[in-house]
Design a binder for this molecule. Sequence first.
Ligand code: PLP
Length: 360
Amino acid sequence: MERIFNFSAGPATLPQEVLELARDELANWHGCGMSVMEMSHRGKEYMGIQAEAEADLRELMGIPANYKVLFLQGGASSQFAMVPMNLLRGKASADYLNTGEWSKKAIKEAKKYCAVNVVASSEDKNFSYAPAQDAWKLDPNAAYVHYTPNETIGGVEIFWTPQTGDVPLVADMSSTILSRPIDVSKFGLIYAGAQKNIGPAGLTLVIVRDDLLGQTINGTPTMFDYKTHAENESMYNTPPTYAIYIAGLVFKMLKAKGGLAAMEKANRAKAQLLYDALDASRFFNSPVAPENRSLMNIPFTLKNAVCDDEFLKDAKGRSMVQLKGHRSVGGMRASIYNAMPIEGVQTLVNLMKDFEKKHG
Ligand SMILES: *Cc1c(COP(=O)(O)O)cnc(C)c1O
């Protein structure tokens, strides 16, 4: 069967070559007579797989030696609580930027643990832009500054790194990680659910500067303490072994393709193709401020919302699925992570042109 173009925001499309390699290795990994799913996480085969995944990720992202890489579970949503539990470090408040639905969820959870100072918000314009840094009201006594560099639902991306002085910068990179190079040393902590741009759901990645560990609030469960996982190489309990193995295959493939600089080039070309089509159209519209247009998640609306269902039906007829937009934005959303080939975006643009001719 032919593969279709899956524009889902997550779980999202995975590289075909990774799926095929995983299929070939499924029942008998490297001649050991069992699948990765069946291996002891304490055996040398699996420990090798995880160590290699971490080494490849460190190389891809240029992660400095004083940062720990943690392979956790519970999704990015668990990090909304684990971040304050671990990083408040005796302080009473934390700074949060509010740029959309995921920021809002992070803020809501943090309020259970501390006072939240919202440094700036774009809610006034339905989260269609990101406030510039000079509009942020940072608190020098905040425990950390949290932001969402790519709002997956609104399609709003921040391409610059906020300056927060000595206050650690924390980023929910769920939908932007591995899409372009970043300077990890500018961050105190980075987290991401794997199911957008890393691998299968069930794995959550945390990259944390080691001086921030070991200062949890009283009563923090052992499993929610980053130090537990840092000290046990993410093997305090059973890690999500198969998801880590697939993520490791993705990391190897990204390295072979030229790393994150090559990914950025490809991602910019894909996004440009779609944004150019939106700008040239009188029927389709991008609601996002030009300087914040996401490379990964591209929402767009049709001039006449009654055409939405027909557009989705036509898309399905051309092997494109999961284009329906989130209810908070309406219209469509094309998620075009690393694994979406440019042919998928071209197929979408071709449909948009034909659809506009018919309905415009
Ligand atoms: C998908 C997503 C989440 C939620 O991730 P889960 O792994 O489902 O908890 C959080 N933040 C952002 C930016 C996301 O895209």
